[in-house]
Design a protein around this ligand. Sequence first.
Ligand code: LLP
Length: 419
Amino acid sequence: MDHFTLRGGELYCEDMPLARIAADVGTPVYVYSQATLERHADVFRAGLSDIERLHLAFAVKSNPNLAVLRVLANAGYGADIVSGGELARALAAGMAPADIVFSGVGKTRGELEAALAAGIGQVNIELEEEGRALGAIAAARGETAQAVLRVNPDVDAGTHAKISTGKAENKFGVPIDQAPAIFARLAGTPGLNLRGVAIHIGSQLSTLAPLEAAYARIGRLVAELRASGHTITHVDLGGGLGVPYRPDEVVPSPADYGAMVARATQGWDVELMFEPGRVICGNAGVLLTQVIWVKPGVVHPHVIVDAAMNDLARPALYDAWHDFVAVRPTGARMIANIVGPVCESGDTFATARDIDTVESGDLAIFRTAGAYGATMASTYNSRPLVPEVMVSGDRYAVVADRIAPATILGAERVPEWLA
Ligand code: LLP
């Protein structure tokens, strides 16, 4: 459920007409609903109410906007980070360092050092050498780093290949059959308290079966590690729960997910950690855009909007579907291609889509753009970096400025020998 609804024939975000934001801030612009973020944070937590020791870390990569992170911090969430940049954001948003978990397949020594200096709660190590490096850095600081070992359970998440991470051939984690030996070799490392394991098999999962299969493998691994004398106190189950992108799409609810987790992890006796991203912020954001032209096409007209693949990359990257809805729908429908102004055919949001009839100048939204939207934006074609707005009730604030091409140009220079 979200708070983008029609009132008196026009689309609102909570109590704010989207047309007003477009008039004030311009388009394209991302619009987030604070109430939706808060609701999703609560619903996800409620789904896991049967879990005794629970740690929730919002996957910052899904939406790193400072205001969004503040909402999650206020909702009691920590952060799952993957870079020094995300560390700085989580801290700036007011997340407690102890609630920050550092994942990521290629953390640099500098990033590990910065994370320890900040006092973060846990590092999810991805390979044996990283564990040794982390121990050495911590020992040099006179500290012990809390860590878990990310394991690749070799499970097919059944999602888009580019966002699957749990197959043996993927770059993530250590192969599950090698995990006991690697764990044993790392266990006595000075400066390192290896206290558990982590998995994350992929994103936008639309069924629970792959997750349940992966959790079962992790459960067996935990038993095996304990049988070898290791103390296992933490298991990080990652993120990955999908959201409905199409109106008729059915995905497991957080309650369904929580019930499965409770079943699959019964008797583990650990603190269970989660790294949800999309399920919290996906439906809490839209990309608001204006139709520039409607151009006749050979088969269908091309609706050319002022948002492009540089603002919302998911359709171009993953053939992702984002619902397109007019801000003031008339009831009339048309079949059209929805495209942006960027100079490549990949800049297509939809092909032969049944949509509200729109004309030049009309406003529309791409729904479910709150996750992996603004954060993946670029300035390709020397377009501005897309701004972000947060709505709460009848208020809004610009929470990220539109960065003008002139500002970006200002950071470039012609070398002296070309001047
Ligand atoms: N934990 C780890 C270790 C991850 O790699 C990810 C996402 C998450 C948690 C959060 O997953 P979520 O709950 O959001 O599914 N750009 C792609 C998605 C990439 C996901 C990367 N990792 C997209 O737009 O679909």
